[in-house]
Write a protein that binds this ligand. Structure first.
Ligand code: F0G
Length: 459
């Protein structure tokens, strides 16, 4: 790797057309969607950075594997090909496929969480949080304080605060903690990696108290590449070796394969405990399907078996993290502040700093999201007060999140450097008129998970 932003280590064989509709048509689409970008038609979007989940481009090897899919109900060849890959990469004793990450979380929570119990993590992703709550449990986030400072350039801002973890276990009691987690990379905190040293320390504390340790492995390969780049002593290890070491510390993992396994659908749940595995299989049969397909078609299992290796390819990972860093650098050049350092799967734009005249209650990150679509037909996702502000149940006073962010999640192997340049140019134009951008108010908002279906009106 000699360049900072390595070119795509692939060329394009199949294309999918995208089009930029006229400014008038974009304005009409916004009005019709109630200024909520989730309600837009995908065909009206030019560059879609809503999520990196299931939106990546599969390789020719994956498409060829799709044709080899064995659709037998039980014991399909596809399952055994996936099993070989999962055992080779992760090294856990047992696994089941699931239809996506939240299904693995649901099954694990159903088997282990009892009402009133707590599950600590650096930061839970919102579906993990909700699945633990759905069983009466209490998800708890114990990431290091640096994670909340957008300018702090700590190389492993996803790290668990080990002192807080120990204090939390002492206070809660190990008997009230059915399992503990760490999310790699920390999506809810900007796609920031966790160091191997920190994973070892977290595993040690969990195990000292007899608490099983699970990794949320959605973006484990990107995390392992950051470890190789940034952690002293790891530079000579292969990413696959780093991954093996990471998972050897844990008792199991949940994974949304829609991220680092570069498939459009799929998930994994792995464990070492045989008794737990039996219970998982029974729950899986009820919710997902027979344990050798778990809610997926045989062809999906085959695409996943291939994608797991492609996601670990170091030339790919250098390009992948380079592309994210490139977009952040271009944005910073035109005066758009982003969370530092740049995470793995996306750029988190500090909307609050770009639109300081819009107070939290008028949703500055939502205003920026709308403006980005208006300007360039680009869709990002608000991670600010629309998603996270809530009224105190006793006083009715609203609590606002510490940061108003717009996440630009980058689908894998999907957009090129000129798309990234176009995104930066669109931001530069918005920057020029930032002072005249107005806030929004709700015309409809459900009580929970508001961001998906809320409707707005410009102020
Ligand atoms: N864990 C993490 C860290 C995630 O980012 C996600 C999904 C999940 C679990 C759930 O997986 O979607 O396959 O059920 N994140 C997507 C996103 C939706 O846009 O960040 P899933």
């Amino acid at each position: 790797m000699t360049t900072i932003y390595p070119p795509e280590p692939f060329r394009i064989k199949v294309t999918e057309s995208i089009r930029l509709i006229s400014p008038e048509a974009r304005e009409a689409a916004l009005r019709e969607a109630g200024y909520n970008l989730f309600a837009l038609k995908a065909e009206d979007i030019f560059i879609d950075l809503l999520t990196d989940s299931g939106t990546g481009a599969m390789s020719q090897e994956q498409w060829a594997a799709i044709m080899r899919g064995d659709e037998s109900y039980a014991g399909a060849r596809s399952f055994h090909r996936l099993k070989a890959a999962v055992e080779d990469i992760f090294g856990f004793k047992y696994f089941v496929p699931t239809h996506q990450g939240r299904a693995a979380e649901n099954i694990l929570s159903a088997c282990l969480v009892k009402p009133g119990q707590s599950v600590p993590s650096n930061m839970h992703f919102d579906t993990t949080d909700a699945n633990i709550r759905a069983r009466g449990g209490r998800p708890t986030n114990l990431v290091i304080d640096e994670a909340f400072d957008p300018t702090n350039s700590h190389p492993f801002k996803g790290d668990m605060d080990i002192d807080k973890l120990r204090a939390f276990i002492e206070k809660t009691g190990a008997a009230n903690i059915p399992f503990g987690m760490v999310t790699v990379t920390n999506n809810a905190g900007g796609g920031q990696p966790v160091s191997m040293e920190n994973l070892k320390a977290a595993a040690e504390v969990y195990h000292e108290y007899g608490i099983p340790f699970f990794i949320d492995a959605a973006r484990y390969a990107e995390n392992c590449f950051f470890i190789k780049q940034r952690e002293p002593g790891c530079e000579h290890q292969s990413v696959k070796e780093i991954a093996r070491e990471m998972f050897s510390l844990a008792d199991g993992m949940t994974m949304s394969a829609k991220k680092d396994a570069i498939v459009n659908i799929g998930g994994l749940l792995c464990v070492n405990d045989e008794n737990l595995f039996q219970r998982i299989k029974n729950e899986l049969i009820l919710r997902e399907g027979f344990p050798t397909y778990g809610g997926l078609a045989g062809r999906d299992l085959d695409a996943l078996a291939v994608g797991l290796y492609e996601g670990l390819d170091e030339a790919y990972l250098a390009y992948r993290l380079g592309q994210t860093a490139y977009l952040a650098a271009r944005l910073n050049e035109v005066g758009i502040p982003t969370i530092q350092p740049t995470g793995g799967h996306g750029v988190y734009v500090n909307a609050g700093a770009i639109l300081p005249h819009i107070p939290n209650r008028e949703f500055p990150a939502q205003a920026l999201a709308v403006e980005l679509y208006r300007e360039g037909g680009i869709r990002g996702v608000e991670i600010g007060s629309v998603m996270f502000a809530y009224p105190d149940p006793d006083t009715g006073i609203w609590h606002y999140p510490r940061l108003e962010l717009l996440r630009l999640a980058i689908p894998r192997r999907t957009y090129t450097q000129s798309h990234m340049d176009y995104i930066a140019d669109s931001f530069a134009k918005i920057k020029g008129r930032a002072g005249s951008v107005r806030g929004y108010k709700f015309t409809y908002a459900p009580e929970l998970l508001r961001h998906f279906t809320a409707r707005f009106e410009p102020l």
